[in-house]
Ligand binder design. Structure first.
Ligand SMILES: NC(=O)c1ccc[n+]([C@@H]2O[C@H](COP(=O)([O-])OP(=O)(O)OC[C@H]3O[C@@H](n4cnc5c(N)ncnc54)[C@H](O)[C@@H]3O)[C@@H](O)[C@H]2O)c1
Ligand SMILES: O=P(O)(O)OC[C@H](O)CO
Length: 328
């Protein structure tokens, strides 16, 4: 007899939450999706669309949207897909004790905490897993193939979650390195801004490849200092997502960097955004955490300077290129 499948809820109906709901509903299984905006609830339930955040994707009839987080009380697992800076308050409203699968990528401003650390503070009795990897929402929602890290300290819980979320085109790889999975996803967003800058400033593809490599060295130094394992950082949630996000204007972070590289002020690029470019929020917190841990992150420092409009691009680049030569 087939084991009963976990009842899934998704909290956050931006592009990624909607795409995840679509994936979980792919075989007709019911998925409840919480949206902040009443117009999203209405559009998902009535028109099978999320025109605000995931336009032009016809959504499964098995997705039921709600504006009431209390409606998640009957769920066996909850995917948390809010922007990182809103995760604490959203998780605090979730039912206590239900396993939480954190899908947001970032570090909390003010506390410097990773999302799993925030979630434990907000819901101390809820088991935690992290889902992170190379996943542009539009591609996943269309059923295009990808693979993703599912990190959880509890191997039995991880196996149950994996069985519920896996699809032929959506392959979770298990890990018990929660911190490593989170650091990859948070840091790659900042590095994607740097690669976008290189694109916008016309610095060429060699510069981009160098930034990816040296950025990965920064991610690894920081991750190891925080207890991550190097194989996690070199896996789907680290290097895999870094390569994806640093390669395409489909990335909001890369696009933000491209605007900076074209000489647009950060304040202009960041004002009135509906969608989230997490790297802009993570960068200053990451810089602070890296300095505190005495980890050198020059590319992250450069991104911060540009986001703060603290120096012109030429000066920021000159500072990066003038660093002392050293062993790789
Ligand atoms: N879009 C992707 O391809 C993708 C893929 C993987 C991971 N992620 C991560 O998922 C998280 C959510 O990103 P997204 O792309 O789904 O978002 P999005 O940019 O598509 O939408 C913004 C989201 O922010 C929510 N929001 C705005 N104000 C809020 C508030 N005050 N409180 C709570 N929520 C609020 C909106 O309701 C909406 O869900 C981010 O951490 C992102 O890095 C995104
Ligand atoms: O559009 P971005 O830059 O937020 O990237 C989306 C995902 O994190 C890619 O895995």
């Amino acid at each position: 007899m087939k084991a009963p499948s976990l009842k899934a809820g998704v909290i956050g109906a931006g592009a990624w939450g909607t795409a995840l709901a679509q994936t979980l509903a792919a075989d007709g299984q019911h998925v409840r999706l919480w949206a902040l905006e009443p117009e999203v609830v209405e559009a998902v339930n009535n028109d099978r669309q999320n025109p605000l955040y995931l336009p032009q994707i016809p959504l499964s009839p098995s997705i039921e949207a709600t504006g009431d987080i209390a409606a998640m009380a009957d769920r066996d697992m909850l995917l948390i897909v809010s922007p990182a800076q809103h995760l604490r308050k959203v998780v605090a409203q979730a039912p206590a004790g239900t396993p939480l699968i954190l899908c947001s990528k970032g570090i909390e401003a003010g506390t410097g905490l990773l999302m799993s650390e925030v979630a434990v503070e907000a819901q101390p009795t809820s088991p935690i897993a992290v889902l992170s990897g190379p996943t542009f929402a539009h591609e996943v929602a269309k059923g295009l193939p990808t693979a993703i890290t599912l990190a959880c300290a509890d191997a039995a819980l991880a196996a149950m979650i994996a069985a519920r979320i896996a699809r032929p085109a959506f392959r979770p790889y298990l890990s018990d390195d929660v911190v490593g999975a989170e650091i990859g996803g948070a840091v790659k967003n900042v590095l994607a801004i740097a690669c976008g800058v290189a694109e916008g400033a016309g610095l060429g593809l060699n510069a981009r490849a160098s930034l990816i490599s040296r950025g990965f060295a920064e991610m690894t130094r920081f991750g190891l200092a925080r207890g991550a394992r190097s194989e996690t950082l070199a896996g789907l949630s680290g290097l895999g997502d870094l390569v994806l996000t640093c390669s395409s204007t489909n990335s909001r972070n890369f696009s933000l960097g491209k605007g900076l590289g074209e000489g647009k002020p950060a304040s202009e690029l960041l004002s009135n955004r509906r969608t989230v470019a997490e790297g802009a929020f993570t960068a200053p917190v990451l810089r602070e955490a890296a300095r505190a841990a005495q980890v050198e992150m020059p590319v992250v420092e450069a991104v911060c300077a540009l986001l703060e409009d603290a120096a012109p691009l030429t000066q920021v680049m000159d500072a990066l290129l003038a660093r002392p030569l050293r062993a790789e």
